[in-house]
Design a protein around this ligand. Structure first.
Ligand code: OFO
Length: 170
């Protein structure tokens, strides 16, 4: 059974995951319109993942005696400066979400809600992986640069990043 305090905090996180999904969707769409097909498909997948994170939280709240709420989502920016701008903003966003998840974990621990504490460990791992993913892309951008063919190369590599990460994990 969720306390009101934890239920509210989890619902706030549901709203944040929904915003992340829309934010990445806006990035994906801008990339697609800018001819960055690899990055577009990568960001479309990121957007879908964030939606799954939202759903997972919402259903957890409902299954624990609370009410998972659908919030109004603020409009994200729709234009970006470059491929590196997109990735830098995405990393910045992930760092903010990590902070929010950490706060939530701390709250659950302090309130002795060990079920929610345990449930949130999945998000802790996920945030670590996402930060690592965006950092790795930024490292690649630093190595190759973004002049002329550099953009083409990076865009191609970003499109393949998920496959590579998956292969490294297995
Ligand atoms: Fe929801 O996984 Fe990052 O933000």
């Amino acid at each position: 059974m969720l306390s009101k305090k934890i239920e509210t905090a989890l619902n706030d996180q549901i709203a944040k995951e929904a915003y992340a999904s829309n934010y990445y969707l806006a990035m994906a769409s801008w990339c697609e319109k800018s001819g960055l097909r690899g990055t577009a498909s990568f960001m479309y997948e990121q957007s879908e993942e964030e939606l799954e994170h939202m759903m997972k939280l919402l259903r957890y709240v409902n299954s624990t005696g609370g009410h998972g709420l659908v919030a109004e989502i603020p409009q994200p920016p729709n234009t970006f400066k470059s491929i590196s701008h997109v990735i830098e903003l995405a990393l910045e966003h992930e760092l903010a979400v990590t902070k929010s998840i950490n706060k939530l974990v701390e709250l659950c621990f302090n309130e002795k809600d060990y079920s929610s504490f345990n449930f949130l460990q999945w998000y802790v791992t996920e945030q670590h992986e996402e930060e690592h993913l965006f950092n790795s892309i930024l490292d690649l951008i630093k190595i190759t640069g973004t002049d002329g063919r550099g953009v083409y190369f990076i865009d191609n590599e970003i499109g393949k990043f998920r496959e590579k990460e998956g292969a490294e994990k297995s």
